[in-house]
Design a protein around this ligand. Sequence first.
Ligand SMILES: Cc1cc2nc3c(=O)[nH]c(=O)nc-3n(C[C@H](O)[C@H](O)[C@H](O)COP(=O)(O)O)c2cc1C
Length: 323
Amino acid sequence: MAASRFHLGWFLGNSFGVHGWNQPWSGVDARDWAQPDLHIELAKALERACFDCLLLEDSVFVPDNYGGSMDFYLRRALRAPKNDPLPLVPLIAQATTHLGIVPTISTSFYPPFLLARLIATLDLMSKGRVGCNFVTSTAERAAQNFGLDAHLEHDLRYEMADEFVELATKLWSSWDDDAVVMDEKSGTFVDPAKVHAIDFKGRFFSSRGPLNTAQPPQGRPVLVQAGGSPQGKAFAARHMDIVIAALGARRHATASRGTGPRSRQLQGAVRCCPDPGRDRRGGAGARATPAGPARGRARSDARDDGQPDRHRLLDLRSRCTAG
Ligand SMILES: Cc1cc2nc3c(=O)[nH]c(=O)nc-3n(C[C@H](O)[C@H](O)[C@H](O)COP(=O)(O)O)c2cc1C
């Protein structure tokens, strides 16, 4: 019997931020943190290892949870400084051939038309290798960076996200896939009959359309999300091709793949998925330590050496909760 196929994605936490600062084997990363080279090397290595995609985390604020101050985070380069990961996408696309590239954007703060155009452009440039990880953003500080005093309420954020993705999807199909004819004889680059206004009027967003670039090669770029609340799962079920989940134990991973009690909630989600064949669920959290567990442990101890326990916990928490 042929072995069943599976997909591999690499979720890069702290994305285009500082990796390996002040650790043994950090190399030149601290000095060159703002250069794209490390990420390009990572992408090339993932492609050699036959990974399907690289997912790039993102957040849009400097944390100050600990001690009500940014000091702790800034001194340790924890989540700041962090560059916008979107400019990495074309660079990675140029340096690779097959790897899928999935940047993260916030449905609470990005204008849908700009996002639809940006992702369509990247999908066209990469000949169909781009996806988008949609997050609603959880942090109050992120909301304050976009003019809000307080963040929108959790469920309302998912209602916005729903409409956001619905609108972006309509914009991506506002050009028929054969609209660009490039017919030199008739002097027609685009067949006007194949480009359509969408006249979208929603509760949160409106857009006349059409998009002012062509349909992305994948028709609709690969859609990804990570929220695990009932609203997050329903959002995933309605729109997503990939769901990423932080699964701490093998039994949780097994459950989320279709057996066991926890899977019952997810099966509800998969049932209303428009095309269950497209559904892909991935667990984030497994970390390969090529040098073996003992050496990995030693490295992690060396990094944490001298940090009080509460700092380690905060470090872990700020790695786990993006916003
Ligand atoms: C594996 C994983 C990756 C995530 N990546 C991001 C991210 O890059 N940026 C972000 O703002 N939130 C990120 N999140 C947070 C989720 O998008 C979501 O806001 C959070 O899980 C809470 O959603 P919920 O209320 O539906 O459970 C991630 C969550 C998980 C589990």
